[in-house]
Structure formats: structure tokens, C-alpha cells
Ligand binder design. Structure first.
Ligand code: ADP
Length: 398
């Protein structure tokens, strides 16, 4: 229901529109009269009708046509200052009023089209604003999700690195006795050479050449012990991954130097076939050594029950394709059965009484993070072969 104030406003607006129509027709009359006889009587009335329809709509437009027709009849159709009823006068008036009505109708239609266009444009504007706001909200949400995912990914990588470190330290602690022996050996050699040196110096005359040889051996053994300790520290330290161009053969040599006693203890004959032309790989030294360590230790453990044939471990490196370096660790141990092969790389899969089953899963994660691949296959006779391929470092062609 419209309020009284609303009704009042509407009446005022209608009165104003009719007022404009009456005024514009009256102004047209005054100007036309003033300019007589130099102008035609009708054009300014047409203009007044257009103005009335444009601002007032149909009602004021029709009113302006009628008002203008009456004024034209009264002032310009003879007899002037009176209403003519003869056919020629009526024809003249009809020639004016019919086109005037038609113009009024056109103006009204045009006005309506413009109003509809404006409304459509306004609606579109509102819609665009709504969609923009929605898009902005979606975008903000997306940004939030992206940063959330980034945080989750960072946390995941951190946990993975910590897990890798933990399993590395656990593997090292399993090898503690052998590793301790690896350090003890050069220390014992230093003592032996020290004793010998003292003896050579105690001779009369002292044998300086022999004494010098003993000291040189002591220095070498000291360096060996220090190298071993350096490697143990590097493997035990918790460091953030750092990638550089690495010679994979060198990493294997370093690992073998740590595992010499373990191999000896388990009566394992190690053979290496390290390709002389193996290109550099781009990776984290400690992580890649962890993979090699895991594979070699697994090979040693797989052969622990082997009786009646020699325990052979083969480490091989080669340039596998135009851009890949391949490493394989092959044993002649218990081998892999079909069911086991499916689960080898799953976390916590183990067949060993004291195993935790993280070594292979972590190794695969490390190799894949380096853009490579790690896989296993049974040998045709005994044992298994674990292989990984890594992309070679950019610009490396050694
Ligand atoms: P863990 O050594 O603690 O068991 P890994 O992830 O290193 O954990 O190994 C998972 C399992 O894969 C081992 O328990 C073993 O059954 C199998 N496996 C690994 N290496 C070999 C191998 N060289 N020969 C046979 N089986 C192996």
C-alpha cells in the first residue's frame, strides 16, 4: 500500500509533467507568434511535443498534441482567433496532429528502450560487481589454501628429512661395532708404527730412514682415522639437504671405507665395477650415501644365512642412457619372492626380526626427490639386485 506521502509525491510528479507539457507548448506558441510570418507554425510545436513526451511520457505527450492542435487551430488556421470547422482547416490540423501523435509514440518508445537499456546496464553492473566480489573471495580462499598447502608441504619435507636422519643414525648404530673398529684400526696402526719408530731411533746409530717411514705411516693412518670420523659425523649430523654436483663413484668409495670391517666380519667378498666415464649427478651427498649404505647393508644382511657358496656383493655404476647414471647393488642372498617384491618399498615392511622397514621406503623417497628411480629385481640364480638411476648433472660429461 502506498503511503499518503507517496501518493502526494506521485500527484506532484504527474502535475509537474503536465505543467512542463503545457509550458513547452505555450513557449512554442509565443516564439512562433513572435517570429511570424517568417517561420512555419508547426515545427516548434513538434519540438514541444517531443520534450513533453520525453520528460512526461504518454499522458503529457498526448496532452501536448491536443493542446498544440487547439492552439494551432485558434491562432494559425483561418479564421484566426477562432476555431475553424471547415474541411481545409481540419485537414491541416489532422496533418499536424497525426504525425505529432506518431512522433510522440516514437519518442515514448525510444525513451522506454533507453530506460530498459539503462536498467539492463545497471543490472549488469550489479552482477559484475557481485561476480567480482565472489571471484575476489574465491581468490583469497585459494591463496589461503595455497599457503596452507605450502606449509603442509614444508612440514612434510621436514618430517621426511627428520625420518631420514633417524633411520640413518639407526643404521649407523647397528653398524657401531664395525665402525668403531674402522676407527680403531688406524689408531692401532699408529701405536704400532709409533713403537717401531721409537725402536728405530733407539738403535745405535739410529735408523732414521726407517723411523721416517714409520712416522709417514703414522701420518697416513691418522688421516685415515680422521677421514672415517669425518664421514661418520657427516652421516650422523642433522643437516638440511644441500645439492651439488657429485661423482657417484667417490660416494661409493667413501661408503666402502666405512663398511670394510662389516664386510669382513660377514665374510663377504665385495667386487666393484665403477664405470670410469660415469657423469656427475646433482644431489645431496649425505642422502645419496644413505641410499648406498641402505642397499649395501641390506645386501650384507640378505647373505647372512648363506652357507655352502661364497657371499658375493657387486656394486656397479654405469652411464645408462644419454642422461642417466645407474647404480646397482647385487647380492647372492636370500632373494625376493613375488609377494615380498610388491611391498619392499612400503614403510614399515620388514622380514627381519629387528628390522623397522624404513630403509627402502626412505631410499626411494630420496631417489625420487632427486628426479630418479629405484627398483629391485630377483637374480636369475641367487639373490637380488637393487638399482637406481639418477639424472646426470647439467653440463656434466665426465
Ligand atoms: P629393514 O632392513 O629394516 O627390514 P628395509 O626397508 O631396508 O628395512 O627393507 C625392507 C625389507 O626388504 C627387508 O626386511 C627384506 O625383507 C627386504 N629386502 C631388502 N633388501 C633385500 C635384499 N638385498 N635381498 C632380499 N630382501 C631384501
Amino acid at each position: 500500500m502506498e503511503t499518503p506521502a507517496g501518493v502526494q509525491n506521485r500527484i506532484r510528479s504527474i502535475a509537474l509533467k503536465f505543467g512542463i507539457a503545457a509550458l513547452s507548448v505555450a513557449v512554442a506558441l509565443l516564439i512562433t507568434q513572435a517570429l511570424q510570418p517568417t517561420v512555419f507554425p508547426t515545427p516548434l510545436f513538434f519540438a514541444a511535443i517531443v520534450i513533453s513526451t520525453w520528460f512526461g511520457g504518454t499522458g503529457p505527450g498526448v496532452f501536448a498534441v491536443l493542446f498544440a492542435t487547439v492552439l494551432l487551430d485558434y491562432y494559425f488556421v483561418s479564421p484566426t482567433r477562432g476555431f475553424s470547422m471547415h474541411p481545409a482547416g481540419l485537414l491541416y490540423l489532422a496533418q499536424f496532429s497525426l504525425p505529432a501523435l506518431l512522433s510522440s509514440w516514437f519518442v515514448k518508445k525510444r525513451r522506454e528502450a533507453e530506460a530498459a537499456l539503462k536498467e539492463a546496464r545497471d543490472q549488469l553492473d550489479v552482477k559484475v560487481q557481485q561476480r567480482t566480489a565472489e571471484l575476489r573471495r574465491t581468490n583469497e580462499q585459494l591463496q589461503l589454501e595455497i599457503s596452507e598447502r605450502k606449509r603442509a608441504e614444508e612440514a612434510f619435507h621436514k618430517t621426511q628429512a627428520e625420518l631420514a636422519h633417524l633411520t640413518r643414525v639407526m643404521t649407523m648404530s647397528e653398524l657401531a661395532t664395525s665402525i668403531a673398529h674402522e676407527v680403531n684400526q688406524p689408531l692401532a696402526a699408529i701405536v704400532t708404527n709409533g713403537d717401531a719408530c721409537v725402536r728405530w731411533l733407539g738403535l745405535e746409530p739410529p735408523n732414521l730412514d726407517r723411523a721416517r717411514d714409520s712416522v709417514a705411516r703414522m701420518i697416513n693412518e691418522g688421516k685415515r682415522a680422521s677421514e672415517v670420523i669425518k664421514r661418520i659425523r657427516a652421516l650422523s649430523k642433522k643437516t638440511t639437504p644441500h645439492k651439488s654436483a657429485l661423482q657417484i663413484n667417490e660416494l661409493i668409495h667413501e661408503m666402502i671405507a666405512l663398511l670394510g670391517t662389516e664386510l669382513l666380519k660377514n665374510k663377504i667378498r665385495l667386487t666393484t665395477q665403477l664405470g670410469p666415464d660415469v657423469p656427475l649427478v646433482f644431489g645431496d651427498r649425505v642422502q645419496l650415501q644413505q641410499v648406498i649404505l641402505n642397499l649395501v647393508v641390506n645386501g650384507i644382511e640378505a647373505m647372512s644365512e648363506v652357507q655352502g657358496r661364497s657371499r658375493e656383493l657387486l656394486i656397479r655404476t654405469e652411464k645408462a642412457s644419454s642422461d642417466r647414471v645407474q647404480v646397482s647393488v647385487q647380492d647372492c642372498g636370500c632373494g625376493l619372492d613375488a609377494e615380498q617384491s610388491e611391498h619392499l618399498f612400503e614403510a614399515f615392511f620388514t622380514t627381519k626380526p629387528g628390522g623397522i622397514g624404513m630403509g627402502l621406503s626412505i631410499s626411494r623417497t630420496i631417489i625420487e626427490a632427486h628426479g630418479g628411480r629405484l627398483w629391485a629385481s630377483p637374480n636369475s640364480d641367487y639373490g637380488a639386485k637393487f638399482q637406481f638411476a639418477l639424472p646426470m648433472a647439467e653440463g656434466s660429461e665426465s
